[in-house]
Design a protein around this ligand. Structure first.
Ligand code: ADP
Ligand code: MG
Length: 706
């Protein structure tokens, strides 16, 4: 009697897939693949079309093709004194063709390609370099067998190209993926009810994985390249749908379970404050403030994302909202991602607090333990009404008994868990406002932040100058330095941002230090150059920044740490090295560090070897000055995975790189809304697989952020 097969599960270790084993499992783990499910989602990053099969007599120089034939001769010969070439002569019923290698393992090749063997060659034939006649393949891909064989992986088909790692050949990855697909997709559970598949015209799940890895011959390469083939579409749709459903679910839970603190808005402090303002709020600011005030009045906690481009004036919105807490005899907190930023907020807000008679506290890790204790005591006793801080705010020991509103600035720097930790400082469920300058297109934000309400400030205060932006090839670097020097001579200041070398702060800081040495001794020996990087202590950072703010430093060399929110009105030049290595959103943030005063400002983007896509992106920065519009462009060009730059916390980890397909995003939203409407608890039998996926998704987001 045959042994019953072990039940297969997507959480099986990838090691148990045929062809893997312990050694390769370690290599696969380097690629982030631990389970069979990881493997299924490990989609090719591109495809190679080796499906054009021709007879030898039909070969055309330069056209990629696959031919099949019999080896009639194989061996090495020398050219000159040193070089050896391995040559195969292959014949079909229409003619012969040669294949040549300059690098090879002779013994292995002789064994593999012995005369009489049937082989399949894929590559681009070329005319012989010396004779100018006779077609040959140089270093082609060869497979043993004939095209009638089933299960060919390397030729006669559209071939997947995967990322690999040292010690793991692409061919091995392909073979592993084939085994994985063959043994796991045939009985893969479908998670969508039939009606959704039909309405959206999507293939079943197992079939989608199979086709996404090994596209059938008739698939259009053009669609594959754009990630628009039905199989890929199905997987993208699935991801967007699940995010959407999970967020909607989470939101519903919050609404049902949390009781809030209804506040009275537009009280006396706010009235007084508005009179102190030296400018009038923009219409955009007024609108979002209205939305926030409406939320604060409700008896369920606000959970709102405030989106606004750099410089759109979010701080004033934050402060006005915080004053509502004060008017109600409660406390408010504002959390910023860095010491510098927390201090900047503190110094910006303090001038308003004094005339209003509000006690404002600042809590960062720069405080001595004694100081910290004192501040904490004041907060705890309710003497401090508003508090600004860094992560130190959410560390244990701080409790804010009367916390009514918790605001997080530059939310992309914080995870979901940190945001909720801030709210938990209070005793009841305080209102939460999350501010972000990461301009993401509305469709995308509705999906990613589906558990939040969203407000957008869609205009900048009047009178802002556009920042003149140019990207320059490396040979213009000296001209860029010349320009920077001229601006400094006119009394201005500038930034030089060093390239992102690595995700490691240690390495980036080292590179920035070297750049600083070079600039301060060779290029600008006569100017005052400063250095800012992530390895400096908070005190040192503060000193460097303060010197720059006070005009004692002409040029500030910095790593990406300078990215968020810092305000120096006299700075007019932003020079960014290695610009192609940053996301557009981040470049736009850097650019927002200048042009904050009355002087015309400039941004120069240097890039040593930009790819075509990088060139397109950099020139988008030249003529687009609106962060949201840039976001759309970046989404089109690169997809959201890249858009956010290095992986940022707080966002669900997207597996499917490309979701630039607006239509798909919208239909995923519609379908998710339909499911939520019909079956809000996901209780019906046909939604059981969906319910399981949603639960997993929510767990994953929570885990990722804890
Ligand atoms: P961000 O949205 O990037 O955090 P800020 O809140 O730092 O922007 O505001 C940028 C600058 O614009 C600040 O100097 C602020 O005082 C100023 N500002 C804010 N709102 C207005 C307005 N309505 N009119 C003029 N200036 C404003
Ligand atoms: Mg800000």
């Amino acid at each position: 009697m045959p042994r019953p097969e072990r039940k297969k599960s997507l959480s099986d270790p990838i090691q148990f897939v045929k062809g893997v084993g312990p050694k390769r499992a370690l290599l696969l783990e380097k690629l982030g693949l631990k389970t069979v499910e990881d493997g299924l989602f490990f989609l090719p990053h591109r495809y190679e079309d080796r499906s054009a099969v021709k007879k030898i007599s039909q070969l055309v120089p330069g056209e990629p093709v696959t031919v099949t034939g019999e080896v009639i001769n194989a061996g090495t010969f020398r050219i000159g004194r040193r070089r050896k070439i391995f040559e195969l002569i292959v014949q079909d019923e229409t003619g012969i063709v040669r294949a040549k290698w300059f690098k090879f393992n002779e013994k292995f090749f002789l064994q593999k390609y012995s005369p009489g063997r049937q082989i399949i060659i894929s590559g681009k034939p070329a005319l012989n370099r010396y004779t100018g006649s006779g077609l040959e393949f140089i270093h082609p891909t060869v497979e043993i067998g004939s095209l009638e064989d089933e299960g060919l992986l390397e030729s006669g088909r559209i071939v997947p190209v995967y990322h690999t790692t040292e010690g793991l050949h692409l061919k091995s990855v392909r073979a592993i993926m084939k085994n994985l697909i063959d043994s796991y997709t045939p009985r893969l559970e479908e998670i969508f009810p039939q009606e959704i598949l039909q309405r959206q015209g999507l293939p079943p799940r197992g079939e989608a994985f199979r086709q996404a890895h090994f596209p059938p011959v008739e698939t259009s390469m053009a669609l594959l390249r754009k990630f628009r083939a039905p199989a890929q579409k199905r997987l993208i749709f699935e991801e967007l749908f699940l995010i959407q459903l999970a967020m909607a679910f989470k939101r519903k839970r919050t609404l049902e379970t949390e009781k809030g603190l209804p506040l009275k808005t537009r009280g006396p402090t706010i009235q007084q404050f508005v009179k102190l303002l030296k400018f009038e709020l923009t219409q955009g600011q007024k609108n979002v403030l209205g939305e926030i005030m409406d939320d604060l009045e409700k008896d369920r906690p606000m959970n709102r994302l405030l989106h606004g481009d750099v410089g759109s004036g979010k701080t004033i919105i934050a402060l006005t909202s915080l004053l509502t807490a004060v008017d109600n005899g409660m406390q408010g907190a504002l959390m910023a991602p860095t010491e510098l930023l927390a201090e900047q907020h503190f110094f910006n807000i303090q001038p308003y607090c004094e005339p209003l008679g509000i006690s404002l506290g600042l809590i960062t890790s720069a405080l001595s333990p004694m100081e910290k204790k004192a501040v904490q005591k004041n907060i705890r006793e309710g003497k401090t009404q508003l508090v600004i801080g860094t992560h130190a705010l959410i560390q244990s020991g701080v409790s804010m008994p009367k916390l009514a509103l918790a605001i997080t600035d530059e939310q992309h720097r914080f995870g979901v868990a940190q945001r909720s930790a801030l709210r938990q400082r209070g005793e009841e469920s305080p209102h939460a406002l999350i501010m972000s300058a990461t301009p993401i297109p509305r469709t995308l934000s509705l999906t990613l932040y589906g558990d939040l309400d969203i407000s957008t400030i869609d205009e900048l205060p009047a009178g802002r100058h556009e920042i003149s932006t140019r990207w320059l090839p490396p040979e213009r670097r000296d001209a860029a330095y010349g320009f920077l020097r001229k601006q400094v001579q006119e009394g201005r200041q500038g930034f030089v941002i060093c390239p992102l070398v690595d995700e490691s702060e240690v390495i980036d800081s080292k590179a920035a230090t070297e750049e600083y040495e070079r600039l301060s001794t060779e290029v600008f020996p006569d100017l005052a150059v400063g250095l800012l990087h992530g390895r400096l202590s908070p005190k040192e950072k503060d000193r460097v920044m303060r010197k720059f703010r006070d005009g004692e430093t002409d040029i500030l060399v910095s790593t990406a740490v300078v990215e968020v929110g810092i305000d120096v009105a006299n700075a007019t030049v932003m020079l960014i090295e290695g610009a192609d290595r940053f996301g557009l959103a981040q470049l736009h943030q850097f650019r927002g560090r200048v042009g904050r005063g009355e002087h015309k400002s400039y941004c120069m983007l240097l890039s040593d070897s930009p790819s075509e896509v990088a060139k397109e992106r950099l020139s988008a920065l030249e003529h687009i000055h609106d962060g949201f519009q840039l976001a759309e462009v970046d989404l089109e060009l690169r997809g959201p995975g890249d858009f956010f730059g290095t992986r940022q916390s707080g966002l669900p980890n997207l597996r499917m790189a490309h979701i630039s397909d607006r239509k798909l995003l919208e239909s995923a939203r519609e379908e998710a809304a339909r499911v939520m409407e019909k079956d809000p608890e996901l209780k019906s039998k046909k939604h059981a697989p969906l319910a399981a996926q949603v639960a997993r998704f929510i767990d994953a987001v929570n885990e990722e952020n804890s």
